[in-house]
Design a protein around this ligand. Structure first.
Ligand SMILES: [Zn+2]
Ligand SMILES: [Zn+2]
Length: 505
């Protein structure tokens, strides 16, 4: 099998395991995580408990962790490698002499060193991978069994196969006028409505003989179609727990030890565990029990929809300028820092009448994890930021013990809307807040002299609980500029007169 390598953040956004790579003369499928070879020290774990908890539930993998993508800053020496396997395994021979039957369709087993050796002419001929494969919505993908296809049933016929490959407009929808012919006389035309029967469940990105049980119908797929790969991701804004050293111990050993602790006798048992006995020494029974209860409460809160918890954290900032959020002791990094921009500093502009509060987000951390993928149809998180339970997807690895994730440290502004005002004026819906966010992004992009594509929005709209908000933040590191631009927007100031530094706490 051919191997290639690539590294980039795009692995999370559109080219994770199972994605098809198409270059001019080779095609491949990105291998599953089992075949990503990290160099020692490059496998940085990402700690995001709220996200990890959900991913474990969605993937039914209780020990799942998050890992940063391999990044290739190293110029020399060993580098983490992302593997890609050759796929598909059928090729069209690029014979120059026009043939009435089209081009010869050959299997990889008929190739010699990547070329087709034509015994009739005794010439080596170049081949290109066939455009058509079959796949199902869950992400399984397979070669079309061309012999069965052309003969309309499983066939022992061993005559040569040919393809008259025609490309139509609207190929993404599977439109084609290609005809496959067997030298025995059988022939069949490929179309979007071609029925391939039940999905084989093949998962070539996981290995040669990896198959899942699948009841989906298999469909024609053009390997470079836009719908050939939809990454399934989940994103959270990190909400740090204001935690003491004891809570950190609880958190680190919750699943294995402390979730079972309720009595003094159980604490005594926990103290005997080698991993925590030294750590627990300075703490009394009462303080440990209190910490267990606190952690249990946090875990319950984490069952709330992702965006509810985030919204509540954003609006809990104080007016006096004191920032909420806490420094995470382990990483010694501030994960979230929010300050309210007092109302008396706002400019008097019509669109602000629906605002309740405006927050300057000096620091935030966004984590996006890739859970799996689908083909033909995307499954995106819903308006509350959650993926539907039992959403279809293909797994990224055989083991499912870790998932790739990406951290974005950024800054921005958060606007809270008055539920009564938005309901009365617009009947605020998710779509309307999105539209407003796009307008604000256009304004802010001008004010901080960046591209609109460098800015992102996250919409909070929950009718029943009256949570309405818009977060606008940088898609990548944007130190110092976005808070200034957000403030300039709200205060109608000319940002060019402002030094960004004065807004950094
Ligand atoms: Zn035949
Ligand atoms: Zn399938």
């Amino acid at each position: 099998m051919g191997k290639g390598q690539m590294q980039s953040i795009h692995l999370v956004t559109h080219r994770g395991p199972g994605a098809l790579l198409n270059t001019t003369n080779a095609t491949a499928i990105i291998a599953g995580l089992d075949d990503w070879h990290y160099v020692p020290g490059d496998a940085h774990p990402i700690d995001e408990p709220r996200l990890t908890m959900r991913l474990r539930r969605h993937c039914k993998a209780p020990a799942l962790t998050l890992r940063a993508l391999p990044h290739s800053t190293q110029k020399y020496g060993a580098r983490t490698k992302v593997t890609a396997w050759q796929f598909p395994e059928w090729f069209l021979v690029q014979n120059t002499e026009a043939h009435k039957l089209g081009r010869r369709l050959v299997h990889i087993s008929q190739l010699d060193d990547g070329n087709f050796h034509d015994h009739r002419t005794n010439k080596k001929q170049k081949v290109l991978p066939v455009h058509f494969v079959q796949a199902c919505v869950s992400g399984h993908i397979d070669d079309i069994n061309w012999r069965s296809f052309v003969h309309h049933k499983a066939s022992e016929c061993t005559h040569d196969l040919w393809m008259d490959e025609g490309m139509d407009e609207g190929m993404d929808e599977g439109g084609t006028n290609s005809t496959v012919r067997c030298e025995c006389g059988a022939q069949r035309t490929l179309s979007a409505s071609t029925v391939f029967g039940r999905c084989s469940g093949r998962q070539p990105w996981l290995g040669d003989d990896e198959h899942a049980t699948c009841t989906n119908r298999s469909r024609l797929l053009l390997r470079d179609a836009a719908h050939a790969y939809f990454p399934q991701t989940l994103t959270v804004i990190t909400i740090p727990d204001v935690s003491d050293p004891l809570d950190k111990i609880m958190h680190a050993h919750w699943d294995t030890i402390f979730q079972f602790v309720e009595t003094h006798a159980e604490i005594a048992k926990a103290r005997q565990k080698r991993v925590v006995s030294r750590l627990l020494q300075p703490f009394s029974e009462e303080s440990i029990l209190a910490a267990v209860a606190h952690r249990r409460e946090i875990n319950t809160r984490d069952i709330q929809p992702l965006k509810h918890v985030e919204f509540d954290a954003f609006v809990s900032a104080c007016v006096d300028g004191a920032a909420n959020g806490a420094a995470d002791g382990a990483a010694n990094e501030v994960m979230l820092m929010v300050r309210e921009l007092p109302r008396e500093q706002w400019a008097d502009m019509a669109w602000m009448s629906v605002l309740r509060r405006a927050m300057l987000v000096h620091r935030l951390r966004e984590v996006t994890a890739l859970l799996g993928f689908t083909r033909f149809e995307a499954t995106a998180p819903d308006e509350q930021g959650e993926l539907p339970a039992n959403a279809p997807r293909s797994a990224l690895s055989r083991e499912q013990n870790w998932l790739p994730a990406h951290e974005n440290y950024s800054e921005g502004i958060f606007l809270e809307f008055d539920p009564n005002a938005v309901r009365a004026e617009n009947g605020a819906t998710y779509a309307q807040l999105s539209a407003l966010a796009r307008l604000l992004i256009a304004e802010i992009a001008v004010k901080c002299d960046c591209a609109e594509a460098d800015l992102k929005e996250r919409i909070y709209a929950h009718e029943a609980s009256g949570r309405f908000g818009v977060l606008i933040y940088g898609a990548a590191d944007a130190a110092g500029t976005l808070v200034a631009a957000g403030r300039a927007l709200l205060c109608n100031e000319n940002p060019r007169l402002l030094s960004p530094e004065i807004f950094i706490p």
